[in-house]
Design a protein around this ligand. Structure first.
Ligand code: FES
Length: 207
């Protein structure tokens, strides 16, 4: 990517961050106004601790929305999103991340010592699947569906009938050069020797 592309993207990012800040600030002010209207009409019915609790809860919710918007912005702006260092991937415990559709996903080390990225949104009713591997499966605790961690396919008898979708990924070296790619349909090209991937990082890819 050339500098002539980076500068406008950075400026746009700052602008959008500032815009989100303005919206959040306005929302915080509006919460204050709502609290004052509340106090006007209900007066002594609201105690000071209750008012403090109400405002803190409102601010926490707005901060959560702001964080979510920042994640969405990052995904709109970037063709690659960092998931994990290659060395941090595990065959027994998945790393949660947010995919390009803003849904939860999990990153494991596959049996082939390459990344294994799956949606963590249960295909039954959408709960988030657990990240611990037992007997080669991960569990959705909501209505007890077990999914094969390598394929995403649910066990027979599980309420979920469809597999957890696999996600594409790329591995980049420290200089940002792409070493290995995996498409949605599982086609892997590039470096596959784990010794050569030790200092690399795993990303999801928009394309
Ligand atoms: S939502 Fe996962 S089993 Fe029902």
């Amino acid at each position: 990517m050339t500098d002539s592309v980076k500068v406008p993207q950075t400026a746009r990012r700052h602008f959008l961050k500032g815009f989100i800040g303005i919206i959040s600030g306005a929302a915080i002010l509006s919460v204050g106004a709502v609290a004052q209207v509340f106090a006007y009409f209900f007066g002594s019915k609201i105690t000071k601790p209750e008012k403090v609790k109400f405002l803190k809860t409102s601010i926490e919710r707005m901060q959560a929305v702001t964080s979510q918007n920042e994640l969405a912005l990052e995904r709109v702006e970037n063709d690659y999103i960092l998931v994990s260092q290659y060395n941090d991937l595990s065959k027994t415990s998945g790393i949660y991340f947010i995919d390009y559709t803003m849904k939860p996903a999990l990153a494991f080390l596959g049996d082939n010592d390459l990344p294994n990225l799956l949606s963590a949104k249960c295909t039954h009713l959408g709960c988030t699947v657990g990240n611990e591997v037992n007997n080669g499966t991960i569990l959705c605790p909501c209505h007890i569906s077990y999914f094969n961690v390598q394929t995403g396919v649910p066990n027979a008898g599980s309420p979920a009938k469809l597999p957890l979708p696999k996600l594409n990924w790329v591995i980049k070296d420290k200089q940002g050069k792409i070493l290995t790619t995996c498409t949605d349909d599982g086609k892997i090209t590039g470096v596959m020797d784990k010794k050569l991937l030790q200092d690399s990082a795993v990303y999801i890819s928009k394309v």
